[in-house]
Design a binder for this molecule. Sequence first.
Ligand code: NAP
Length: 321
Amino acid sequence: MTRRAKVFVSRIIPEAGLGRVRAACDVDVWQDALPPPYDVLKSRVFGVEGILSTLNDQIDDELMDAAGDSLKVISQMSVGVDNIDVVAAHRRGIKVGNTPGVLTDATADIAMALLLAAARRIVEGVEYIQSGHWRTWEPMGLLGGDLSGATLGLIGLGRIGRAVARRARGFEMRLVAHSPSCPAEEAAALGVTLVSLEQVLREADYLSIHVPLKPDTRHMIDRDRLALMKKSAILINTARGAIVDQMALYDAVKNRDIGGAALDVTDPEPIPLNDPLLTLPNVIVVPHIGSASHRTRDKMAAMAAENLLAGLAGHSLPNEV
Ligand code: NAP
C-alpha cells in the first residue's frame, strides 16, 4: 500500500477540493464553523506534510516550528496570502500556493455591487422601508450619485483591478488608476489612464482598492490621503481591511470630508459590532464575501487541492507564491 501523506485542512471547504484531498491523503479536517484558534492550530499541524489554509489562519515561523520538519507545502484557499509568513516558509523550503484568477470575476462583481449600492443608497432604501418611513414617491428623497460620466479611481491594476475597469467601462465611467508596474499600453487598452496615487485620490468620484496587503500598503489610505479626496467621493475596499486606516476613514466620513464608504473587508474581521463605522448611514459593510459564489468557491477549493497535492508529491505548484 502506498503511504498517504498526513495533511491538515483548516476548514470545511467545497467537496470539489476536499474530495480530491481525501482521496489521496490522510486528512484531518477542522469541523467547526469558526477557524481553529492559533494554539489549537499549532497542535493540530504537528507532524503534517501539508496544510490547506484559509486567510483566517495565522501561519508564521512559530507555527511552522510547531508543524516540524515534515511540512512541505502550505496551500491557501485565497489569492491574498498576507496571513502567511511566505519568507519564513521559503527559508525552510516549504512551498506556498494560492488561488489567483478564479476569484477575479466574483470579486470584481462585489466591487461593482458595493459601488452601485453606495452610489444609489440601496441599503438606506431598504432600511427606509423597514423602518416604516416610505409614504410616497419623493422628488427629493434618497438622491444619490451617477456612474456614467463619473471618474472611477483604481488603486492596483492587477487581475481584479482590470476586471473592475472592464465592468466600469460598461457603465460609461472615466477611469484613472495608480499601479506603478502596469504598462501604459495595457492600461490604455482598458480605457484606463495611469496617474500618480495623489492624482487618483484627487480625481476619483469613486475610489476602488485592489492592491495586496503588504508592509508598504498597510494604511496606504491614511488620514492625509483621505484628505486629498473629493468631499463627495465614495471609497470602496474589496482588497484587505488594513490597507485603509479605519479610524481615519470613520473621521473622514463622519466629518463629511468624503461622501461615504463601502467595504467588503475590515480590520479586524469580523468588525466589532460597536465599531463606530457601523453607526454611519453612508457606510456599507459586508462580511468579506468577495469570492463567495458557488462556482468560484468550487474552483478555489479545487485549485487549493491541486497545489497541495503537487507540493506533497515534490512537484512545483500550479500556482506558487
Ligand atoms: P494582483 O493581480 O496581484 O493585482 C494587484 C495589483 O496591485 C498588481 O498590479 C500590483 O502591481 C499592484 N500593486 C501592488 N502594490 C501596489 C502599490 N503600492 N500601489 C499601487 N499598485 C500596487 O492581485 P489580484 O488578484 O487583483 O488581487 C488583489 C487583492 O485583492 C489580493 O491581494 C487580495 O488581498 C484581495 N482579494 C480580496 C477578495 C475578497 O474576497 N474581498 C478576493 C480576492 C482578492 P505589481 O504586480 O507590480 O506588484
